[in-house]
Design a protein around this ligand. Structure first.
Ligand SMILES: [Fe+2]
Ligand SMILES: [Fe+2]
Length: 145
């Protein structure tokens, strides 16, 4: 199986949840959907940081990976900001949510265009298979935890 397929399908699921978020109007329904988005993003970023990013471990990738880690940090910060806010103001929530969606959409399209290409370029067949197995393993363990 393609090692990057499950990560791509995570990205797709996240994009679909964002589309849904843009269609929903009621604030309580948006908040509920936000909880699912947060869980999904936390889980996905964790998988990438523990398995995908370390697979690119040469010096040539240091700067590139640092940017991706920084983008995760930015995403995590916005998620926490929204999570901790108890404002009843729909407008505030909308602004924060827009910022989150822009940030995540930018990040995942960069991963798909820049990072995944590097992974496929430098990892050989057996290492890609290892990567796929490690992702699947971790996904199963974390899903039941
Ligand atoms: Fe990521
Ligand atoms: Fe990703």
């Amino acid at each position: 199986m393609d090692a990057l397929m499950t990560l791509r399908s995570d990205h797709q699921r996240i994009r679909e949840m964002f589309d849904q978020m843009r269609r929903i109007e009621a604030l309580d329904a948006k908040r509920e959907l936000f909880e699912r988005i947060k869980d999904e993003l936390d889980f996905h970023c964790h998988l990438e940081e523990t398995i995908l990013y370390p697979a690119l471990n040469g010096a040539e990738f240091r700067d590139l990976l640092e940017e991706f880690y920084d983008e995760h940090q930015e995403i995590t910060d916005i998620l926490e900001e929204i999570d901790e806010s108890d404002d009843e103001e729909a407008a505030m929530f909308e602004d924060d949510m827009d910022e989150l969606m822009d940030c995540v959409e930018f990040h995942i399209s960069r991963e798909e265009s820049e990072l995944f290409a590097e992974v496929l370029r430098v990892l050989d067949g057996p290492r890609l298979a290892q990567l796929a197995a490690a992702l699947e393993d971790s996904r199963e363990k974390l899903a039941v935890a």
